[in-house]
Design a protein around this ligand. Sequence first.
Ligand SMILES: NC(=O)c1ccc[n+]([C@@H]2O[C@H](COP(=O)([O-])OP(=O)(O)OC[C@H]3O[C@@H](n4cnc5c(N)ncnc54)[C@H](O)[C@@H]3O)[C@@H](O)[C@H]2O)c1
Length: 339
Amino acid sequence: MKNARKKIAMSNSKYILITGGAGYIGSHANHELTMQGYSTLVFDNLSTGYPELAKWGKFVLGDLSNRDHLRLVFRQYPIQAVMHFAAHLVVPESVSNPEKYYFNNVVNTLNLLSTMREFQVRHIVFSSTAATYGEPQYVPIDEAHPLKPINPYGTTKLTIERILEDYHNAYQMQYAVLRYFNAAGALATGEIGEDHSPETHLIPLILDAVLGRRPNIQIFGNDYPTPDGTCIRDYIHVCDLAVAHRLALEKIFTTNTSYIFNLGSETGYSVNEVIQNAAQVTGKVIPTMLASRRPGDPAKLVSTSKKAKQILGWNPRYDLTGILQTAWQWHQKRYSAKC
Ligand SMILES: NC(=O)c1ccc[n+]([C@@H]2O[C@H](COP(=O)([O-])OP(=O)(O)OC[C@H]3O[C@@H](n4cnc5c(N)ncnc54)[C@H](O)[C@@H]3O)[C@@H](O)[C@H]2O)c1
């Protein structure tokens, strides 16, 4: 019944355009869509992505800043919907070079939305972030939490959320805004996984320390008001995120409504707990170094994802151990040879 409904709304022959589909999360969404029988078209400039991650569907090398090229792509391929991952996402860089972020994240998203309008493509799933909330006023954070980003990266994402709301009201564009917490882990087959350069995420940094790709893992502050003094974060497996993207796309298609969802595991782990779990999974001692707190790092960031569970029927499968096991498998395969 569910499948029949999906087929009426969505077509398997028209493409789902995945901007940033050669990147970490976009490549896992591409895998999920392909496994569910959808046709995908990855559009990526490979600025931080990798051709070997764009394993499924068609690939177009292109930059969202080039509107003529975007138009050409929309003219050439029948596109039924868009998943929009392409962005810059390094918070400190967004502070030192905000213009780069406003152009790529905001202006280039407008190029995409305007092209979608021109070609009457009315459904988009957008990668937003927990960074739109800023300093948590309460945890777990729900979708009604005040939105006060504390860095330009978060502001660019919130600006796009506002633009989407206006496009929904004025042009009947349906969107699903997905505010992720910390994406982590890799496809269980080991075919694709996380590779950011520079890497800023805790789990790959820990695994780098295990492989000797960096001397140690820095712990920024151990005097936070948490049980072990280190910061607590919410880690969600990238394949669980990918499933949520597909479900969200099917939802906006079948209901013709727009939604905003938090996507997290609803479980917080401290930096020390993640390091201890990683030591168990890898069977290695992990060298650590205590450093001072970083400005703007809240003690605890944990989501509630009740809304996504209720409305999408989303049911994340991976716990922290599963995240670390899949990330470790990918990390060894990707980097062992280079060490
Ligand atoms: N990784 C996380 O934990 C996390 C958390 C919250 C939100 N997000 C959001 O998820 C999305 C994907 O993140 P990711 O971790 O996969 O990053 P990523 O860097 O691996 O992927 C981004 C992809 O977009 C491409 N890209 C960037 N600018 C482009 C442009 N102008 N034209 C075409 N392609 C372009 C890059 O080459 C890359 O392949 C981003 O929008 C990010 O803000 C990520």
